[in-house]
Design a protein around this ligand. Sequence first.
Ligand code: SUG
Length: 450
Amino acid sequence: MPTVEVNFDGIVGPTHNYAGLSPGNVASDRNRGETSSPKKAAIQGLEKARRLADLGLVQHVLPPHERPDIPSLRVLGFEGSDKQVLATAAREAPDALAAACSASAMWAANAATVSPSPDASDARLHLTPANLAFNRHRSVEPAFATAVLRRIFADETRFAVHDPLPATPRLFDEGAANHTRLARRHADPGVELFCFGRPAGAGSDLDCGVTTHPARQSEEASRALARRHRLDPARTVFARQSPGAIDAGVFHNDVISVGNEDVLLVHERAYDDTPGVIENLRAAMGGPLHVFLVTEGELPLAEAVDTYFFNSQLVTLPGAAGEGRMLLIAPGECEQSPRARECADRLLAECPAVGGVRFVDVRESMRNGGGPACLRLRVVMADAEQAALAARTRLDDALHAELTAWVERHYRDEIRPADLADPALLTETRAALDELSRILDLGPIYPFQR
Ligand code: SUG
């Protein structure tokens, strides 16, 4: 098998809920306080991953993090038994409790930035877990994400799992959601595009040009990642997100652009200077790059954000070459939007590499601003690298069936904001994760298991 894109999807955790925790993320804000269904959310995510596996793509999963995250409450001075910590936090600091309960690690595109071995001068695959320091509820993810990635990508001769960057505004890092890799084919040396909303030197949002919503990714973090990953500067492009797009709800670049091999789908208002970015990418590619540019007239930014058209996965089908070798895996919400459907139709008509569009239902995740592309971390890997992966994370029919049964057994049908204080949720979650760590052969990876 040649080098392919392997997708690692985050399994939605048992506490999936709508707490409105993410400023600038329109869906998260809109659905604050709504009732969620963790069971439905997890099943939808697994189903999406299974559909990709059924297409012959290599699909893996990543485990949820432990939530509620009791240590992040203890750090704030809440004491006593775990139950007491939950009860006092619920009474005195409901926001802190909500942050400690978020299942946000499901959005694996934010887990790390990944540069595959053909791009790195030391020919290793580099991963830097994101510090996610912008959001309090996400700032607790890097430690466990790093442990999980080090467990799976254990072979240090092939893989380098770096420490997250220091958690400070000048180095805010949101992972692969702001990173795209283009290449003639996956196995070829690629061009890596890093996008940021906080230009170097920007200390606060006032320096970022935004007026309504905050900018997340920093330029200094993006440049540090490129250095750490030992990328060729001639094949690395940095692009500033347009502040207007961020203000319209484009909190991550993957809400407004998606690339795969030599195809890039992008909205004309994605960047400060979109034509300049495209020119730089073409120069770095040194070969053909098919850019599918969507105009504001065709799909206004607001509708791009509502439908998450660009948060589709653009995947190369195994063994396929030339025309029709790619599929666009789009959120079901695009099907309801005549404008998004027209964009998909024009893509099929004008871009010969893309042979079809499939819609997937990840509605529970979408209601928190996470589409199909947010749910996965892309890792371009050669055969030998895949063979070196530790743990049992590859999703085949057997694992899909086991995980679905596990969700059915352990997950609640519904969670309302008040349920987050229920001490039974912690006990249920630990029982579920304890079993999951055995199913995935991860060993005692959770802090509560030690
Ligand atoms: O960071 N939402 C996530 C969504 C992340 C989407 N990922 C990508 N675009 N790659 C975020 O804003 C909402 C949680 C809440 O409100 O309960 C949340 O964290």
